[in-house]
Design a protein around this ligand. Structure first.
Ligand code: C5P
Length: 409
């Protein structure tokens, strides 16, 4: 089973077209690919073809607010098991050898703490130039591994070393470097719906009613399910997180939008509702920004939001085989969670104590750790306090075991 992730930097050279074939091979093997395209690379392949084949958005701009706000180049450089540069141009090699960081690709290469592999491609004279020789030696001593270049006829009409290695050869080197197990995961062929994050209910055009959910636990679960081979639809409220690799994210703001997105995402084999959905919403958002000094504070009247979890769990032709809810409680954890299991009609409740009486929602909400109690109709299971990623892995494994048992466990 494979759950490896490659951060792929596509540099500017004729051989960039071969990067597309490589992406296909990687994706077919279940290896997630997050693409970065340099400005020169974009002269040879389009962001559209790269993102379509990688099934992930192409990152291109170091200063793109969207990318930086979501994850930043530091996180980007660490979110993969391997950083792969295809083709590695003379310029990219020179930048990496000297630690230059003036665009997203070079900054990522400087910021990463992951193994780096390069497949050089350039004109034979550029490859044999002493500067490139020096850069190659420097990069090798920095621990970068190289695949190719091959010797042969080149696009520039010359013959010699500088031709990029073939996609199949790069693929094999990547698989070997990753130690990737290419057998399908236990959730291959399954579709899992995950909700995560808060919702934001508009009060007026600039104000919302929301909560402190960070989305971290839900995102970690979505990622862990994808790692096991599931097709994952992540319906997410506003968060500062980047979608995990291999996950299809649908961004929503309100509970009503989340409900519609979930309904449209069905059928699913399992649904995991981690989102902190606002129980109420203003019955109508004010069309203009509310102003002070116009007859005292406004009155906002609230109406109840639909319960998305209960809706998914309600019997119907599209009920997912396994429906999992979360319960964040400040007191009487077990009793409240057990009551919730019944009331919502779901199969499991993952309950956690978010700590009462603390302004800020306690350490769990927004924190990186979680301590949960899993309650199902058979009984309950308490898991030790662990990182949210570890809780996510355990939960994904439990979901996989349940689905493969046909719901018996
Ligand atoms: O009732 P409570 O909000 O404590 O229940 C929490 C569980 O219900 C979570 O799984 C949450 O995602 C889900 N929920 C929902 N729709 C709501 C409220 C909660 O899906 N409107």
């Amino acid at each position: 089973m494979n759950h490896k992730r490659v951060l792929l930097i596509v540099g500017g050279g004729v051989a960039a077209y071969k990067a597309l074939a490589l992406v296909r091979l990687l994706r077919k093997a279940g290896i997630a690919v997050r693409p970065i395209l340099t400005a020169a690379g974009a002269r040879f392949v389009t962001p559209l073809s790269l993102s379509a084949l990688a099934e992930d958005a192409v990152r291109a701009d170091l200063f793109s607010l969207g990318d930086e706000a979501e994850m930043g180049h530091i996180q980007l450089s660490r979110s993969a098991d391997l950083v792969l540069v295809v083709p590695a141009t003379a310029d990219l090699m020179a930048k990496a050898a000297h630690g230059l960081a003036d665009d997203l690709a070079s900054t990522t290469l400087l910021a990463t703490d992951k193994p780096v592999m390069m497949a050089p491609a350039m004109n034979v004279r550029m490859w044999l130039h002493p500067a490139t020789r020096r850069n190659l030696a420097t990069l090798k001593s920095d621990g970068v591994t190289f695949i190719g270049p091959d010797e042969g006829a080149m696009a520039c009409g010359e013959y010699g070393p500088g031709r990029m290695a073939e996609p199949e050869a790069i693929f094999e080197a990547v698989v070997a470097a990753l130690g990737a197990d290419l057998s399908p995961g236990p959730l291959a062929g399954r579709h899992v719906l995950v909700t995560a994050g808060p919702t934001a209910e508009p009060i007026d055009p600039v104000r919302v009613l929301t909560n402190r959910s960070s989305g971290k636990q839900g995102y970690a679960i979505a990622g862990a399910l994808a790692v096991l081979g599931a097709r994952v639809t992540l319906v997410s409220g506003p968060t500062a997180l980047a979608p995990p690799l291999g996950v299809d994210r649908l961004n929503i703001e309100t509970a009503l939008e989340m409900e519609a997105a979930c309904r449209n995402a069905l059928p699913a084999d399992a649904a995991v509702c981690v989102a902190a959905v606002s129980d109420w919403r203003p019955d109508a958002a004010f069309p203009l920004k509310l102003k002070k000094g116009t007859g005292g504070p406004p009155t906002v009247s609230l109406v109840e939001n639909p319960d998305i979890l209960a809706g998914l769990a309600a019997a119907g032709p599209h009920r997912p085989g396994l429906v999992v809810g979360f319960a964040a409680e400040t007191h009487d954890l077990e009793d409240n969670a057990r009551a919730k299991l019944k009331r919502k009609g779901c199969d499991w409740i993952v309950a956690n104590d978010v700590g009462g009486g603390q302004a800020g929602g306690g350490a769990i909400m927004g924190g990186d750790e979680n301590e949960v109690l899993i309650i199902d109709r058979q009984g309950e299971e308490r898991w030790p306090r662990a990182g949210k990623a570890e809780v996510a892995r355990r939960l994904a494994a439990r979901i996989a075991a349940s689905l493969s048992s046909g719901g018996k466990i």
